[in-house]
Design a protein around this ligand. Structure first.
Ligand SMILES: [Zn+2]
Length: 200
């Protein structure tokens, strides 16, 4: 049935009291304030609209609480605790879904919490392995007074301050005491290197 046929049928129906829908006609007649010509026009429009329903509503807008996985850049909920695409445990790694779609290439999705990948300017992938907490503690015990354990963990400023505290203020003993307490605190509290990678 062509488009014109629908209009022709609707017109035929509107003009014949036997075939037209009494309820719809009454509604159109009332809304046209008893003007039969207007009522007929309204009736035809209503019939055609019923045959040709308006185009389906466009898909609802994407939820604005969408985020992106900081590891594999897959779209995930902004409040997601883990990524369903790469199964990274975000909370355990102190990560939060990204608010805006990242533009840089997604790092390798299979990276775990003990590895962090980065891209050199030439595109060669460098895999940084997590540093050992055991090594950190041993260095702290043996050379902690010189801040060596923090240099190992990439915490250069902290290491340098401990070195300065020992070498310069150490002459006044107080520097030695400060560094010793500081190293002790390090050994019990530092669990990540400077880039936030967990010491394993
Ligand atoms: Zn992911």
């Amino acid at each position: 049935m062509g488009a014109q046929d629908i209009w022709a049928d609707a017109l035929k129906e509107a003009e014949s009291p036997e075939t037209r829908n009494a309820g719809l006609w009454a509604k159109c007649f009332a809304e046209a304030d008893g003007d039969e010509a207007k009522a007929r026009a309204a009736y035809i429009k209503a019939k055609v609209a019923a045959v040709n329903p308006p185009a389906a509503q466009p898909a609802p807008q994407a939820r604005n609480d969408r985020g992106w996985c900081p590891v594999c850049h897959a779209p995930i909920d902004l409040d997601a605790l883990y990524c369903s695409a790469c199964s990274s445990n975000l909370t355990a790694n102190h990560l939060r879904p990204l608010k805006y779609k990242p533009t840089n290439p997604a790092p390798n999705a299979q990276q775990g919490h003990s590895q962090k990948n980065s891209y050199s300017p030439r595109g060669v992938q460098i895999v940084q392995t997590a540093k050992s907490r055991g090594t950190y503690i041993i260095l702290g015990i043996l050379f902690g007074m010189l801040g060596i354990h923090n240099f190992y963990a990439g915490r250069h400023l902290r290491g340098a301050l401990q070195l300065v505290s020992t070498c310069i203020f150490g002459w006044f003993v107080i520097g030695l005491i400060i560094t010793a307490i500081w190293v002790l605190i390090d050994l019990f509290t530092v669990t990540e290197d400077s880039e936030g990678i967990r010491l394993t």
